[in-house]
Write a protein that binds this ligand. Structure first.
Ligand SMILES: [Zn+2]
Ligand SMILES: [Zn+2]
Length: 226
């Protein structure tokens, strides 16, 4: 069951753009926030982790308001949560633990990397998932290094490093074309959607996090005089 769940999550993450491990880890952090907003003190153990951490880190705090409005009910769930925190933290103003949503994300990150190691294995892995992984854009630099350190099977390691090499070569080609077509001599040549998005994908490939607002740039909306 756990295997099927991780396989389904890997399939979904590979169907989307960007690093699949980043996507799954971010999803786990978001799921944690949704759980806190929905269940509040009814899930005492989860609430206590939030209390002991003195709330959330900046990145997860910034997700709370939009999540509260859409997934966790309404603004009252956020008001209630912070009302409890103000009362409970008043007697002890020293947060003891790291952000629990970051911890949930890190736990899932470890689990998804271990699953990748198992799924890529040529004998005991999943052939369909392996093919999807081979056709994908590969993980970000941080998650490539993390996966490489975990994989012991030679064939699995070859798949991982081939995917990464191919993906980075293609990205580098797109990025060079993007820059070349910004030169006034070639600026009438249309850019492909992949080239338009190449600088955004390059940032994500190295840092794991997309450029803020970059995804809002329409792929074909290019000013030729730019
Ligand atoms: Zn990543
Ligand atoms: Zn956090």
């Amino acid at each position: 069951m756990a295997h099927a769940l991780t396989l389904a999550r890997w399939q979904a993450a590979l169907a989307a753009s960007g690093c699949p491990v980043c996507r799954m880890a971010q999803g786990a952090g978001r799921d944690f926030l949704i759980q806190v907003l929905r269940e509040g003190k009814a899930h005492a153990e989860v609430y206590e982790r939030v209390r002991d951490a003195g709330g959330f880190c900046e990145a997860h705090t910034s997700l709370l308001r939009p999540l509260g409005a859409t997934r966790g009910g309404d603004r009252r769930s956020l008001a209630r949560l912070y009302g409890w925190l103000l009362d409970d933290l008043a007697s002890d103003l020293t947060p003891r633990d790291p952000c629990p949503a970051c911890e949930a994300a890190a736990d899932y990150e470890r689990a998804s990397l271990a699953a990748l190691r198992d799924l890529l294995h040529p004998v005991t892995g999943d052939a369909d998932l392996r093919k999807r992984f081979e056709d994908g854009a590969g993980p970000c630099l941080h998650h490539f290094v993390a996966a490489a350190s975990l994989i012991e099977d030679g064939e699995s390691f070859r798949i991982l490093s081939d995917v990464q090499a191919r993906a980075w070569e293609a990205l580098s080609r797109d990025l060079k074309e993007y820059l070349r077509k910004h030169d006034y001599r070639f600026s009438r040549e249309p850019k492909t959607p992949a080239e338009e998005q190449s600088w955004i994908r390059a940032v994500a490939a190295i840092s794991g996090t997309p450029v803020e607002g970059g995804e809002r740039i329409p792929p074909e909306n290019h000013d030729e005089r730019d």
